[in-house]
Design a binder for this molecule. Structure first.
Ligand code: AP5
Ligand code: MG
Ligand code: ZN
Length: 225
């Protein structure tokens, strides 16, 4: 069965960290709309210029632009047999569009990572990213390296990880993205995981959640078929 997964949760929940490990072990692409936007900012394209202003305020880029990006990315051949969406969808309009984009594909599994606000704020204040390759640092091990272990690039703070922007991102999450829990929670393929544990414990919990959701999806298609 293809792994068609949405990694869902607030800023700092660990979506990117967990999605990249899972993408490697399951051999499917990690599709992060935030990473795609940051690449456009780096490249200095029109999209990047528009997106930077919005991202640095902690607001959301328009549904129209984001849905266009997701539709194009999901249509590529490497996403045909599975994908992990990280940071998309984050409005009800995006979730409706995603269902339409995925018509005819295997069931979408949605895993929510739940983490309390004070932990999110701490994680984001500690996070450092590689200015060259984008690798993320700052896990709970207390170590704060100064250069990237994989490429040697200098580690910097993400421009939207300043405290006042983090608070706005959390506010926007509660207002525009959290309603998606109600949109998805009645589906048998929706699972919520405690994201406030060690990296390994969260990874194990996500693996179990995916198995349970896939079983539920198989059960459902057996009933229908
Ligand atoms: P995006 O890049 O998606 O940011 P986000 O959703 O705010 O999430 P983060 O990347 O900050 O957190 P994460 O959950 O990935 O956590 P991470 O694994 O890094 O979006 C950025 C912006 O782009 C948006 O604000 C918006 O403007 C725009 N955008 C993107 N998508 C959009 C969309 N669909 N629609 C509209 N606009 C969009 O972990 C965080 C830190 O915690 C790291 O330092 C990590 O090492 C650490 N950590 C992780 N797990 C643990 C753990 N278990 N214990 C301790 N520390 C941990
Ligand atoms: Mg991320
Ligand atoms: Zn690097």
């Amino acid at each position: 069965m293809a792994l068609n997964l949405v990694m869902f949760g607030p800023p700092g929940a660990g979506k990117g960290t967990q999605a990249s490990q899972l993408a490697e072990s399951r051999q499917v692409p990690q599709i992060s709309t935030g990473d795609i936007l940051r690449e456009a900012v780096q490249a200095g394209t029109d999209l990047g210029r528009q997106a930077k202003a919005v991202m640095d305020k902690g607001e959301l880029v328009s549904d129209e632009i984001i849905v266009g990006i997701a539709r194009e990315r999901l249509s590529r051949s490497d996403a045909r047999d599975g994908f992990i969406l990280d940071g998309f969808p984050r409005t009800v309009a995006q979730a409706v569009a995603l269902d339409e984009i995925l018509t005819g594909r295997e069931a979408l599994i949605v895993v929510e990572l739940s983490v309390p606000d004070d932990e999110l704020i701490q994680r984001l204040s500690r996070r450092r990213v590689c200015g060259q390759c984008g690798a993320t640092y700052g896990a709970a091990d207390g170590e704060s390296p100064v250069s990237c272990a994989s490429c040697g690039g200098a580690l910097v703070q993400r421009s939207d990880d300043r405290e006042e922007v983090v608070r706005e991102r959390l506010r926007v999450y509660r207002e525009q993205t959290e309603p998606l829990v109600a949109f998805y929670q009645d589906r048998p393929t929706f699972r919520s995981v405690d994201g406030n544990q060690s990296l390994d414990a969260v990874q194990t919990a996500i693996g179990l959640a995916i198995e349970a959701a896939a079983d539920a999806a198989r059960g459902q298609s057996a009933t229908i078929g």
